[in-house]
Design a protein around this ligand. Structure first.
Ligand code: G6P
Ligand code: MN
Length: 447
């Protein structure tokens, strides 16, 4: 099987390759094509992969190209993890939002909208090329904002595109461990949109163990989401929200922490990652060791401003282990390619899962996966407070998709103005002015 990675010069590509190296079964990926706009980044990552694969005789072959069509031809799976505008763009998204007193996180609020507006036209083009050159390929989307981007691509590729995120997996695993359940045997009742979902139960043998966790202050204080939201609020909700809901439930504190932080996440990563690629320019740099060091630092500082806002200090050893999106990606590919049934939380079209949304709306929900793709399982309805957020944010996503299609600036303003974390239409107008002045990739927005 052939896997093409779009954004193949990206920092997290070695995670995916590492997962592939552990797969020796029949029908495994034998060739990986890395595609990126930047040849320098491609060769940096190729060096890391070469060191990673050195001890493995059946390590997948790796080739690299800056030609999209060449990368797509013959692909069985396409893994998309691109960053339109780079980390420079991410830092600008945050800066412009914060100047208006709103959050500019890459997937939430104003930042997510700006990033979505830049990314949708690019992924739409890519989806068209895939439909033309590799119509039978399955596309696994990790490009953020992952739900919106998956929905944009699904308009062209239908159910052949599936979005993944490691946040729900990480949350499910942390909660399962605390309850003494194995994450594989537990049924995790999680649903919402990407970065906007709730874990509402965890059943083992038909029994819901979550109430036991919610009643236990000490256990709640021992993991990332428990500390971020605090036991009282979690009990009030009767669910554990995805960590990204911290931006909603504690918005004022999060904005303050971001404003007071020395650097925003994007600005920090721009420097950190820039340093990594610069170091890799030196042929004597030990590639894999350098990559590992930078990765550990990236994970240790993840969501640092939110932890600061919640006053909860450093991350725990257990929380540092990322959700493992590369494991989800591999499990998904295996389930499809070899009809190895799996249950995974994925971003797929709603069909009739959540009756408050139309069938084409991409949601994040547990799915049964087999050779025919990902099938969302039926779940209990969302409570009204969650319906409110989910439908409001889906409405925003639809305006982003409409603006990307029509090039209407007014529609872009509407997208910002309707977001629950943007508190005035005037702010929305200024955000559109600020973002279009900054990003060449938004020049398609006419007046
Ligand atoms: C989590 C999120 C991803 C995000 C990643 C890295 O896993 O679910 O969507 O890309 O963290 O975040 P960072 O701030 O390090 O780029
Ligand atoms: Mn994610």
């Amino acid at each position: 099987m052939r896997l093409t990675i779009l954004g193949g010069g990206g920092f997290r590509v070695p995670l995916v390759y590492g997962a592939l190296l552990g797969d020796h079964a029949e029908g495994r990926v034998g060739h990986v094509t890395l595609y990126d706009l930047d040849a320098g980044r491609l060769s940096a990552v190729a060096r890391v992969l070469a060191e990673q694969g050195a001890g493995t005789p059946d390590a997948p072959e790796v080739s690299a190209t800056t030609d999209l069509d060449e990368a797509l031809r013959g692909a069985d799976f396409v893994f998309s993890a691109i960053r339109v505008g780079g980390l420079e763009g991410r830092a600008a998204d945050e800066r412009i939002a914060l100047a208006e007193g709103v959050l500019g996180q890459e997937t939430v609020g104003a930042g997510g909208i700006a990033y979505g507006l830049r990314t949708v036209p690019v992924v739409t083009h890519i989806a068209r090329r895939i439909a033309e050159l590799a119509p039978d390929a399955w596309v696994i989307n990790f490009t953020n904002p992952a739900g919106l981007v998956t929905e944009a691509m699904s308009r062209i590729l239908g159910d052949r595109v599936i979005g993944i995120c490691d946040s729900p997996v990480g949350l499910g695993r942390r909660v399962a461990r605390l309850l003494g359940a194995s994450p594989e045997d537990a049924w995790i009742d999680y649903v919402g949109l990407n970065h906007l979902g709730w874990l509402r139960g965890l059943r083992v043998g038909g029994r819901d163990l979550l109430p036991r966790l919610l009643a236990d202050d000490r256990a709640l204080g021992s993991f990332e989401e428990g500390r971020l939201f605090g036991p009282e609020w979690l009990r009030t909700l009767g669910a554990i929200p995805n960590e990204y809901l911290h931006y909603y439930y504690f918005n004022r504190e999060a904005v303050r922490a971001y404003r007071e932080a020395e650097r925003t996440r994007g600005a920090y990563l721009r420097e950190q990652q820039g340093g990594f690629y610069a170091e890799m320019g030196n042929p004597d740099t030990p590639a894999l060791a350098t990559w590992r060091r930078v990765l550990a630092d990236r994970e240790a500082t993840y969501m640092a401003a939110n932890r600061e806002a919640a006053g909860v200090g450093e991350r725990d050893e257990d929380d540092l282990e990322s959700g493992g999106y590369e494991k989800v990606a591999l499990a998904l590919m295996r389930a499809i390619a070899r009809n190895e049934r799996a249950t995974l939380i994925l971003n797929v079209r709603n069909r009739t899962t959540l009756p408050v949304l139309d069938p084409d709306a991409v949601i994040e929900v547990p799915c049964f996966v087999d050779a025919a793709g990902a099938h969302p399982v039926s779940v209990a309805p969302l409570p009204y407070h969650a319906v409110g957020l989910v439908t409001a944010v889906k409405a925003v996503e639809r305006e982003v998709l409409a603006a990307a299609e029509s090039g209407s600036r007014g529609t872009a303003v509407k997208a910002f103005a309707l977001h629950p974390l943007v508190d005035s239409v005037s702010v929305a107008r200024r955000l559109v002015d600020g973002y279009t002045a900054e990003h060449a990739g938004l020049s398609y927005l006419r007046s």
